[in-house]
Design a protein around this ligand. Sequence first.
Ligand SMILES: [Zn+2]
Length: 789
Amino acid sequence: MNIEGYDLFLDLDFKNLKFLGTLKIEIESENDVALNSIGLNILKVSSGGKSRHYEQRGEDLVIKTGSFKGTLKIEYTGTIPDTLTGIYRAPYDNTHVVTTQFEAANARKMLPCVDNPSYKAEFRLTLRIDKDLDAISNMPAESIRLDGDKKIVVFQKTPKMSTYLIYLGVGKFEEIKVKLGKTDIVVATIPGRIKKGKFALEVAKKSINFYQSYFGILYMLPKVHLVAVPEFAAGGMENWGAIAFRETALLIDEKSDVKAKKRVAEVVAHELAHMWFGDFVTMKWWNDLWLNESFATLMAFKVLDAIRPEWASWQDFLRKDTAGAMSRDGIRSTHPIEVSVKSPDQIEQIFDDISYGKGASVLRMIEAYIGSEDFRKGIENFLNTHRFSNAEGKDFWDALENAHGKKLKTIADEWIKKPGYPVITVALNKGRLSLKQERFLLSGKAEDIWPIPIVMKLNGESRKIIFNKKEESINVGKIWALKLNADQTGFYRVYYPRLYDLVWKSNLSVFDRWGIIYDALAFLVAGKITFAEYSDLVKRYYREQNYLPALEVSDQLGFLHTIIPSKITEISKEFHRLQLKMLEDRTDENSSMLRSIFANRLVIIDERYAKELTVRFRDYDRVEPDMKDAVATAYARTYNDFEMMVKRYRECVSDEERVRLLGAMVSFKDESLIALSLGLTLSGEVKRQDTGTMIFAALRNPEARSLTWTWLKVNIEFVRKLFEGTGTLSRILLSAIPILGIGKVKEIEEFFEKNKVIGAESGVEAGLEKLKIYDNLTRKIRQSSQPKP
Ligand SMILES: [Zn+2]
């Protein structure tokens, strides 16, 4: 089957949330034409004025054409529900916008189509809407004419593209724009918010500029919209020429904190990378989703590093992407980067730390090994070879191999097609450095081998090897300083039994300092080191002055506190107090972000500190943005004043502020108030998209654990429905189960045994495995305080 083009006329009833579609498909097929179609009411199918028989079979519309070449005309109606996928209604202030989210397999909810990324076709949209409304789609409008009290907007035809990248937004929008060469860059928001789009507009311009020169290919459409959508499941979606964003991932004002700015910049840069990598060249099937996502993830940080060097963004990359992926990939229920998927539910669940973070980290490892210019050249060749078309993982490696001139595919394959990653154990013996590798698992280990491109610091010099055996011993002579995985460009862990002093003598970068403590927590969980050894190592970081390692230690203490508060509170108090003191006079943005996160951690564990901050809640609007999280949480914990918090929440005008207060409202010490807060999601007072955010925030409050689990148990079906088709619940459960379930493993297992959560199977499975590991850990740590017999 081959599709040349779709020509869609959509008559949209904005107020009553329904539409009438007339679709002309230019198609060639050897058998009956089968199109994907969900929830559409087909009225008539015809070709050349002759009607055709058809039937709906599951999610397919089968048209009895036999062998066919020509144009099929399909007339149908559809409705616009309150969901987060397909064509849906995103409400705000008693009105709404109509918007779309088609990735991975939801274009079929707006038009019958071959909803498969490799069936690229030209797409032409004509819209009939109320004349006072605005419309945004992938291409600019070619003509607009009045039609009674309606208007007809004809959009330019797109180049060949995949259906999941089609976009339509209808409502009242305000816009700001800039021009870069011939490209219009436009930010669009609902009325009253457009001023907040200035920052994103600037980042977008710089990002496109960066990509045009990096890829050596100009942006290919006449314009790109960045649209802030009032209800949106993900951070952003790379519809070609019309990118959709959650408001908190696009809008910034003078009251925004550094965390919010970084998020906006990252999501904007990420989505724009997809304009080339994903939209212009698209994966053939979703098994290669990683090609899209790893690549955009990596590229976003290249952009951030170039346009905001003071953020030291590679430090954030390690903390978010490499660390997230190693944690996700350190259990048995993981999956390879390249993974076989069939159903839409399976596809949604692989938008995870493996497809994004592990893929991006492996690309970074390969880049470090072959050099950044060969890497860039390979990508440019890859994009040029497959322009306006599709490609597979192997095409990508072919292009890199050609650019580099040496074998690469065999190495890459092992990392892409196999789950997990290695840990290297290092020993020194009479001038020989011996290395041993096995698969790292948080629950222990397993035999396996990877070809590891190692970059190491040896006696102050850099050395590269490929370590592809189980064991290897290298003659190195006298060693006085050693650090493997130099600057943490590799996706593996390194264990140095009794050699940490040697490691500390190396010229350690902030990345190296991060890597040592990052691995240490994993080794504690896996039982390679004791709690006492771990605590000793943490003490070396008490006066850490650098962003990434300091933040890592804080993250670790925060995590340990959620699972075993009693043992961690004192260490954590000491660390965070010292750190906040050191940060007092620093004014750079990364320091204020640290201050924000550290203060927010300290208010959870330190009543005295919380009390001190509470007084500032009286003048909350004037609190500096980076302290607002902590001040709101301090107030919630000290006074348990639900009425005041909810009043504040209702007065909010920005989503950033709303989310901040929701975080504070699950930080009460009083469980019954947390129940009231979570209840706001059921009554519709909390945006659908933010329900997940609240559950994530509740995880860090030990007093909320029991109640949150009870709430989730009772409302699991509500949350499932809310995020149906988005994979979000899978991600929520993966994070929530291991924390909420501590101390009641059996109960939780039985619950999920009895209640299968469709669309979240992989999150439940991985969550349960992690739960057992964490539950074990808490027992181990608790015992470590018992006096030895
Ligand atoms: Zn992406």
